[in-house]
Design a protein around this ligand. Structure first.
Ligand SMILES: NC(=O)c1ccc[n+]([C@@H]2O[C@H](COP(=O)([O-])OP(=O)(O)OC[C@H]3O[C@@H](n4cnc5c(N)ncnc54)[C@H](OP(=O)(O)O)[C@@H]3O)[C@@H](O)[C@H]2O)c1
Length: 340
């Protein structure tokens, strides 16, 4: 089978290789992949910024979707032909996170090879069913970006109808956060660097927008949109460069879900966090139980992931360069298998 391997870091050094199709163990299923999606983390993994000591050669990318091509003798949950996606953290089924669960995430080292390959064997406990209305390409967007947004908005945020949610930028996590917040009945405010993308946010149903390039103090603009109170929830993907303003834009007693580190920045002043009794919650993807709840909600609402662009398997380097350019809106997908 064809796989991609990281041996030397750098997008240009990503190489296509041949490996044996794995045989599933007794309690494993063999997944034939049809699609994978790109996360910012994958770019960091390939460039060596995620873990410079990562064991190599490693197959990158955490998020894939496919069908079960074979099952081990002891498998009871699945049949050949079932459409599934492996979960991001292969040993996180329920409850809180732990070192062991966190370390079982796909695509960041040789021990837990990723999904940029034609076939992969996974424990029958570590895959979930794809909602019927989703294609493989759409389903491949769920394991990391969607689950993280779900964890932030629904699991940690417990977002209620009529509450307000702020999202930053228009990457994979943020667009899912917009969709889940709308699904929960919230009013959503979103920032972006681009007026074209702001147009797309409005089409998606966002209630108020701020261009953070044109309006450097976008936190004040969000306060203006919320009668000076601030939002109930902020889905914080920017990190050091945006956290201070995210806290400013959040109401007293509000919730900031800390997810990402897209930007660097100056020293952080913690005073507003305690003066405003902000709940600052770190979020790391989520468990299989959260994933299954999310897919039930996606199925019930016929929610469609927003895919910006799909690339063929031989175009993975272009897909990563495209992500690096930041021009995408929502998710970037790679097709795997026949014809790609
Ligand atoms: N904790 C977790 O479990 C977890 C899971 C998934 C992702 N993450 C992290 O979350 C972050 C986002 O991931 P992703 O996959 O959604 O990334 P992505 O798709 O690459 O998102 C990139 C977008 O972020 C926006 N952005 C960049 N700088 C910004 C700024 N200063 N202010 C506001 N928006 C900005 C831009 O949107 P515009 O062009 O519209 O401005 C850009 O297009 C990354 O740091 C990633 O590592 C963490």
């Amino acid at each position: 089978m064809k796989v991609y391997e990281v041996e030397e870091f750098g997008i240009g050094n990503l190489r296509m290789a041949e490996r044996e199709v794995p045989s599933p163990g007794a309690d494993e299923v063999l997944v034939r992949f049809h699609a994978a999606s790109v996360n910012y983390r994958d770019l960091m993994v390939v460039e060596g910024a995620y873990n410079p000591r990562m064991k190599r050669p490693a197959i990158p990318f955490s998020d894939g979707a496919g069908e079960i091509a074979a099952i081990g003798d002891a498998v009871t949950k699945w049949h050949v032909g079932d459409r599934v996606t492996p979960i991001f953290a292969q040993r996180w089924f329920d409850g809180g996170s732990s070192e062991e669960k966190r370390r079982s995430s796909l695509g960041a080292g040789a021990q837990w090879d990723g999904v940029l390959r034609e076939y992969g064997s996974f424990s029958e406990e570590s895959v979930v069913q794809i909602p019927e209305h989703l294609s493989f390409e759409e389903a491949a967007t769920l394991p990391c970006a969607a689950l993280t947004a779900w964890h932030a908005v629904v699991e940690s945020g417990l977002t209620r109808p009529g509450e307000t949610v702020l999202t930053l930028g228009t990457g994979g996590v943020s667009i899912f956060a917009v969709q889940f917040a709308k699904m929960a009945g919230a009013r959503v405010f979103a920032t972006s660097s681009s007026s074209e993308k702001i147009g797309k946010l409005i089409e998606l149903g966002v209630d108020g927008t701020v261009n953070y390039r044109e309006t450097a103090d976008w936190d004040k603009a969000i306060l203006d949109l919320t009668e000076k109170k601030g939002v109930d929830h902020t889905v914080e993907v920017g990190g050091a460069g945006t956290l201070q303003r995210s806290v400013n834009a959040t109401r007293i007693g509000g919730h900031v879900a800390m997810i990402g580190a897209l930007t660097g920045g100056d020293a952080f002043n913690p005073t507003p966090v305690f003066m405003k009794s902000i709940r600052l919650q770190g979020i790391f993807t989520g468990s299989r139980r959260m994933f299954e709840e999310m897919t039930r909600a996606i199925a019930a609402n016929k929610l469609k992931p927003v895919i910006d662009r799909s690339f063929e398997f031989h175009q993975v380097k272009e897909a990563l360069e495209y992500m690096k350019s930041g021009s995408h809106f929502g998710k970037i997908v790679v097709r795997i298998g026949e014809g790609s």
